[in-house]
Design a protein around this ligand. Structure first.
Ligand SMILES: [Zn+2]
Length: 446
């Protein structure tokens, strides 16, 4: 058995901030106490003056997903490596249901690709076709430990959309078998109406991307989903919520869980006016400063439950200059900066760091049924943690990113990267550098 003792760090848990020793034996936390006398041959790390956070669970990544003209720019290998550098020890990614495939086949394809992940990895199952055979697979997959399913209220043109009636039918089955339904929540009719305005292709600047997917689309979809959750008793997880109106509506429904993303908290639609505005094209689009402010309040008053990166990165050459916004691949990277950028913001805004831990670790573990494995620093859980030097906050972190990408959205923001990251008891980041980690594990929900 290998053992590691981390001494004297300030442990920031979901409900505590205390200086503690942490004993890790093999891949688990075994003891947390003010003073621990370790077994013989224990490696000791001194974390005096440092902060210790649980490893981050990013509930929303898209590693190497197919788009019209290729793939998003990270594979599971490269994306998970940069994730670890930013303190993310677990990612939850999505299947892609190709035409003719069963859900199980799409899952097996994705599990194989995820084999190269260095983070532990869970997989959500996308349902983008409404067929009896597909619905019949849901209980089997839940029994196998794949309990989260995602549907889209839009992307009819890509044959990915389900109608609200179809979503309700899916929700009923998922509720009966105690799974969770995730929904990309932008109303297709609202988007179609707004996008039609730009069909003459006179207005092709990235700024029109936002106008083609107005905030009203989220409000309409969230209202429908709230009603569906009430009628079916299904927990519905709204991915990447981004508007003040959508947030206020979601708060009316107790069975809705809400995720937002760093880009909706930190960036606004003003980014589209920049010379690299095209790089900020993602769906849903960036919103107004007032929307961001509402989201920050939503974090503090418990209306938002998780933070996901929606990591779907592209390099500069993937989004050529002067491409009409309709043809720009949608998505931005963010798994590596997710925690470091938000930690710096929480410090600047004097927000409770325990809240950050709940949003980035405890809540996603609970919501997705992996809290028997992860989600905190507690005996019996996987030893996933990071050690942060609170004095090392800086604006000069971009050159140190461990990434294959040549662009990131958060240049000019302060960030606080971990100096040490431990994933299942293994030191994977040491003094800020990645040290050849072993492969991640596939996670199943309880
Ligand atoms: Zn996404």
């Amino acid at each position: 058995m290998s053992s590691l003792l981390i001494r004297n760090g300030l442990v920031i848990g979901p409900a505590t901030q205390e200086i503690q020793d942490i004993l890790i034996e093999d891949d688990l936390f075994t003891e947390i106490a003010p003073v621990i006398n370790p077994p013989e041959n224990t490696r000791i790390l001194d974390a005096g003056g440092k902060w210790i956070f649980p490893g981050v669970i990013d509930p929303h990544t898209h590693m190497g997903i197919p788009i019209k003209s290729g793939h998003s720019a990270d594979t599971f290998g490269s994306g998970s490596r940069s994730a670890l550098h930013g303190g993310v020890t677990t990612i939850l990614d999505f299947t892609v249901l190709e035409s003719g495939q069963t859900l199980a086949e799409s899952l097996n394809t994705r599990i194989e690709l995820a084999g190269e992940s260095l983070c532990d990895v869970g997989i959500h199952v996308n349902i983008t076709r409404f067929e009896p055979e597909i619905l019949a697979e849901i209980p089997e997959l839940i029994a196998r430990g794949f309990t989260s399913f995602k549907v889209f209220t839009t992307y009819a043109e890509a044959n990915m959309m389900l109608t609200y009636d179809q979503i309700e039918a899916v929700a009923k089955i998922i509720a009966q078998h105690h799974g969770i339904l995730m929904v990309h929540s932008e109303d297709n009719d609202v988007i179609t109406r707004a996008s039609d305005t730009f069909n003459d292709e006179k207005e092709t600047h990235p700024r029109y991307h936002g106008l083609s997917r107005p905030a009203e689309a989220e409000l309409v979809a969230v209202r429908q989903l709230g009603e569906i959750s009430s009628r079916t008793n299904c927990t519905i997880y709204v991915v990447h919520l981004n508007t003040a109106a959508g947030l206020a509506k979601a708060a009316e429904y107790p069975l809705l869980k809400v995720e937002t993303c760093p880009h909706y908290l930190l960036l606004s639609d003003k980014m589209y006016e920049k010379s690299d505005g095209r790089m900020f094209v993602s769906s849903p689009p960036l919103r107004t400063d007032a929307d961001s402010q509402a989201l920050w309040l939503g974090l503090q008053n418990g209306q938002i439950h998780t933070l996901g990166s929606d990591h779907c990165p592209f390099c500069l050459s993937d989004k050529p200059m002067d491409t009409p916004f309709q043809n720009i691949p949608n998505g931005m990277g963010g798994v590596e900066t997710l925690f470091p950028a938000l930690l710096a913001q929480f410090m600047e805004r004097h927000l409770d760091l325990e809240l950050l831990v709940r949003l980035s670790s405890r809540n996603p573990a609970k919501i997705f049924g992996i809290d028997h494995l992860k989600g905190g620093i507690k005996p019996g859980l996987h030893a996933d943690l990071m050690i942060v030097d609170p004095w090392s906050i800086n604006d000069n972190w971009e050159s140190k990113l461990d990434t294959v990408l040549d662009w990131n959205a958060y240049t000019n923001f302060p960030a606080l990267f971990p100096e040490t990251v431990i994933r299942r008891g293994e030191i994977v980041i040491d003094e800020g550098s990645t040290v050849s980690p072993s492969a991640g594990h596939l996670l199943k929900s309880k």
